[in-house]
Design a protein around this ligand. Structure first.
Ligand code: PLZ
Length: 452
């Protein structure tokens, strides 16, 4: 039976938290033992509750526990798990054909996804897209395209950035542990410059920090050698760092003036997550290229590079591709996910979620004195956790609070260079009551861990 959850979505999974065992329960622990024996220990893990079903804001585990999902598989299931339209579209596609390789014999779904991306992304110029499997692969391809277009090699990235785990994107990612340690040598010609981080740079104005970056590019690199500036408009893994207003715009302008390709990495921020289709929309930033993935296809693996047609066409014919990029199942899912986002007005949902999360986080901050900064946009909000009334990171308390939430059946994620950020990324179809219940658990976890 289908249960109408809110006006926004339909799922057969009851939308309530229900704990019937400890978490993880006995059946999850059995699976965890098999995992320990069979899966490389290098693959990380957050919460060993093994999932059998999910929908709306709920994950159901093998022991029958119903967990509240405030992570959305790291900002992927924006439309919810097994969103009805996605299920229908993928089922139809899997019965029709599963794979041809778009480079061998093409199909409409790939073209239609590119049309949608060209339509939805910012910029009134002629656009084209190319499809890939993962965010990291999209970022790699954006660099290939920018280098082919400019004939230059240098790539500018930022402190706290995350762009992936492949060789090139490891070099672009800022944080050593766990992403890079012992995995070098890294790709050359990647240059890391300061990020506007209002909580830690004394609230310096965006254009002022951008001037530092620009001066470093001029003095240390030479703008004429730079192929691309790559930036997350709100940093994801870095801890939802929102640059001060004007930072992105000043860099965008500098890139234009110097023939540098400005690449917005919207892999975590895209597809209604921040209350707009893309985070760039908030300040009216128009990138030359945008990388997308995660939320694009309701949980199926798909990623894209979209941007100015002349730039997208600058690599030689055959220069871009891959066996599975734009797989027919992922394309069917993406078209259905985009329809769902439009039909359910998920940008508005993200804004409503922001107002709930912001109010609740502010109350926790006032009650505890250990939340130094509340930031983010839309359904992408974070709390930076500090020693009482200071700006000194408290990663230990952060991980204890996250674990306490997990034990109570609420999936929250941590982030940040200093490991002291709790980030909230619910599916955009979560109901208000469920979201509030998740935040009740978060609040109680703070109070218990601080023994207030
Ligand atoms: N760019 C902005 O957020 C992926 C990483 C999870 P892939 N972030 C989640 C982990 O620990 O591996 C991400 C991102 C931004 C690029 C990527 C990379 O996307 O699909 O994981 O390759």
């Amino acid at each position: 039976m289908l249960i109408a959850m809110t006006d926004h979505s339909i799922t057969s999974v009851p939308q309530e938290r229900r704990l019937v065992t400890e978490i993880p329960g006995p059946l999850s622990l059995e699976l965890q033992a098999r995992r320990t024996a069979a899966v490389s220990s290098a693959v990380g893990g957050t919460l060993a509750a093994y999932i059998t079903a999910a929908g709306g804001g709920i994950l159901v585990d093998v022991d029958g526990n119903h967990l509240i999902d405030l992570g959305a598989g790291i900002a992927v299931v924006n439309v919810g798990n097994s969103a009805p339209r996605v299920v229908d579209a993928v089922s139809e596609q899997v019965a029709a054909f599963t794979h041809t390789c778009f480079m061998v014999t093409p199909y409409e779904g790939y073209v239609a996804v590119c049309e949608e991306l060209n339509r939805l992304t910012p910029g009134n110029y002629a656009k084209k897209s190319a499809l890939f499997n993962s965010g990291a692969e999209a970022v790699e391809n954006a660099i290939k395209i920018a280098r082919a277009h400019t004939g230059r090699q240098m790539v500018v990235v930022f402190e706290h950035a995350y762009h992936g785990r492949t060789n090139l994107t490891m070099a672009m990612t800022a944080k050593n542990m766990p992403y890079k340690n012992s995995f070098g040598p890294f790709a050359p010609e990647i240059y890391r410059l300061p990020m506007s981080y209002p909580f830690h740079d004394g609230g310096r104005k965006g254009p002022e920090v951008a001037l530092d970056v620009i001066s470093r590019i001029d003095k240390e690199l030479g703008a004429q050698n730079v192929a691309a500036i790559v930036i997350e408009p709100i940093q994801g893994e870095g801890g939802f760092i929102v640059p001060a207003p004007g930072f992105l715009g000043a860099l965008r302008e500098f890139a234009t003036d110097n023939g540098i390709v400005f690449v917005a990495d919207e892999i975590q921020t895209g597809f209604c997550r921040t209350g707009d289709w893309f985070a760039c929309d908030d300040e009216g930033i128009v990138p030359d290229l945008m990388t997308t993935a995660k939320g694009i296809a309701g949980g199926l693996p798909l990623a894209a590079v979209t941007g100015r047609a002349d730039i997208m066409d600058s690599a030689h014919v055959g220069g871009l591709g891959g066996t599975y990029g734009g797989n027919p199942l992922a394309c069917a899912a993406a078209l259905a996910a985009i329809e769902t986002m439009t039909e359910l007005d998920l940008t508005a949902a993200a804004r409503r979620i922001e107002s709930i999360m912001r109010t609740r986080l502010e109350a926790i901050a006032a009650a505890t004195g250990v939340i130094g900064d509340i930031r983010g946009r839309g359904a992408m909000m974070a709390a930076e956790i500090v020693k009482p009334n200071s700006s000194t990171a408290d990663p230990d308390l952060t991980s204890r609070v996250a674990k306490a939430c997990h034990a109570q059946g609420v999936v929250v994620l941590t982030a940040g260079t200093y490991g002291n950020v709790i980030r909230l990324l619910p599916p955009l179809v979560i109901g208000d009551d469920l979201l509030n219940e998740g935040l009740d658990v978060l609040e109680a976890a703070f109070i218990a861990e601080l023994a207030l």
